[in-house]
Design a protein around this ligand. Structure first.
Ligand SMILES: Cc1cc2nc3c(=O)[nH]c(=O)nc-3n(C[C@H](O)[C@H](O)[C@H](O)COP(=O)(O)OP(=O)(O)OC[C@H]3O[C@@H](n4cnc5c(N)ncnc54)[C@H](O)[C@@H]3O)c2cc1C
Length: 409
């Protein structure tokens, strides 16, 4: 148990991964009196991968808890719309939300954490734990010791792989083409129609949606924002996916392909499909895309989050398909639950308590996202096909996408 002097009572935590869940956990632990260091493998400052983020109430609540002002986090919208293939408005739904950008959230978190305790370019290669401590080993040969280690190191987590080597992300049978388009590129008519809403178009077995987010440097001024467009398309794992992940030199990439390496032919096929399948408004949006991002979609579901003095949080533990828009909110809630448990118990007991609280939530998020996305899969089981019908109708897509109310029911 902790000693009586303030210095002796400071318990030390190592956070592996300096993105959303790492920073959220680090800030909450510091606030609870822990001595915290964050180790991020990437040497340079992290930058957004080009998609918007829904600022869910859970994230806003955690920012408030950290005394970070959540106002001006992003672009506020009030309505969702659906267009049919001819461009006709076929559904509308009131759903006030704040849409932000990854960089915006990262920046406020990064600025709130002491620079000297955030160590860039320090990848963790593994850890060893004893009864009283855990030692992290770094790829550069160094090590660090603490009472707690938090694996906040994302989909391909080193920490999770050491604890659960068999667990791998599962490709779900569809990809997303994504892009951010400068607001200034929108002609006035299409801007009026699309820009201030979340708008969907649903070609059979596909889903395209778009919404506004902050501009570069988190610029929220009208005219300086960006439009985030995402188009989910089925791609079977052994055929179309391999084709999309193969670059011009013939190399087939695993998991994802850097945007500059996507073959021109693959992009041309996507653009031709847009002209055939999408509402005229979205055809115009696709024509405005300069360099699209291709994101194969994966599910990851961990059976455990606590391993003695080591916990995994955020994407290291659960990665849901994007339809629930839960990634950052889940990271915030994982971090908050971890710190709450540590306020009550010693480390190992606290981690067990944290796991008991968060495993069922992660499972529910994964399951919900699977249901919402089942109709986009290249192949489906009979059960998935039956469920698809319920979640693919326009009313369901409008009401269920990117809404976390199911967690509160
Ligand atoms: C650079 C970046 C940009 C992103 N952009 C977007 C976006 O635009 N839109 C969106 O919806 N989501 C984006 N995401 C994903 C989003 O942040 C996550 O899905 C979610 O917030 C959960 O975050 P996480 O911190 O658990 O995992 P991640 O965000 O994946 O972060 C994991 C971090 O751990 C680091 N890491 C991995 N292995 C090690 C190791 N062995 N040692 C030390 N560090 C390690 C990684 O470099 C990474 O910074 C982005 C993630 C990153 C890292």
């Amino acid at each position: 148990m902790a000693g009586s002097s303030e210095k002796a009572s400071k318990r030390r935590a190592l956070i592996v991964g300096g993105s959303m869940s790492g920073l959220l956990a680090a800030l909450l632990l510091r606030r609870a009196g822990w001595d915290v260091d964050v180790f991020e493998r990437v040497e340079s400052e992290l930058a957004g991968r080009g998609a918007g983020i829904v600022a869910q109430p859970d994230l806003i609540e955690t920012l408030r808890r950290l005394a970070i002002d959540p106002t001006a986090l992003g672009v506020e919208i009030t309505t969702r719309k659906i267009l049919d293939a001819s461009g006709r408005l076929v559904g509308e739904f009131d759903c006030p939300q704040v849409l932000t950008a990854w960089e915006r959230v990262y920046r406020v978190l990064r600025d709130a954490f002491p620079r000297e305790r955030y160590h860039r370019g320090r990848g963790v290669s593994g850890f060893v734990q004893t009864e009283n401590s855990v030692v992290a080993h770094f790829s550069d040969g160094g090590d660090a010791e603490a009472e707690l280690l938090v694996g906040a190191d994302g989909l391909r987590s080193t920490i999770r792989q050491q604890c659960l080597p068999e667990l791998t992300p599962l490709y779900v049978g569809y990809v997303a083409w994504r892009a951010l388009i400068p607001e200034a590129a929108f002609a006035p008519a299409i801007h009026r129609e699309l820009f201030n809403h979340m708008t969907f178009c649903l070609p059979p077995g596909e889903q395209c949606l778009g919404y506004p987010v902050a501009g570069p440097d988190n610029d929220l001024r009208p005219g300086h924002r960006r439009y985030n467009v995402v188009w989910y398309r089925p791609a079977d794992e052994n055929g179309e996916l391999q084709h999309l992940l193969t670059d011009a030199g013939g190399t087939t990439h695993t998991i994802s392909i850097p945007p500059p390496l996507i073959r021109r032919e693959a992009i041309a096929q996507m653009r031709a499909a847009a002209e055939r399948l999408l509402a005229p408004q979205f055809r115009e949006v696709v024509r405005m895309i300069d360099e699209p991002i291709l994101q194969p979609i994966y599910d990851l579901e961990t059976p455990r989050m606590a391993f003695g003095r080591v916990a995994i949080i955020g994407d290291a533990a659960f990665v849901a398909r994007p339809h629930v828009a839960a990634g950052v909110a889940k990271a915030a809630d994982d971090a908050a639950a971890l710190v709450t448990a540590l306020e009550v118990d010693e480390v190992e007991a606290a981690l067990r308590r944290f796991e008991a609280a968060r495993l069922p939530v992660g499972q529910r998020i994964i399951e919900r996202a699977r249901h919402l996305g089942a109709y986009l899969q290249a192949t489906q089981t009979a059960e998935e096909r039956a469920r698809s019908q319920r979640h693919s109708i326009p009313e369901a897509v409008l009401a269920e996408t990117a809404v976390l109310d199911f967690l509160r029911s």
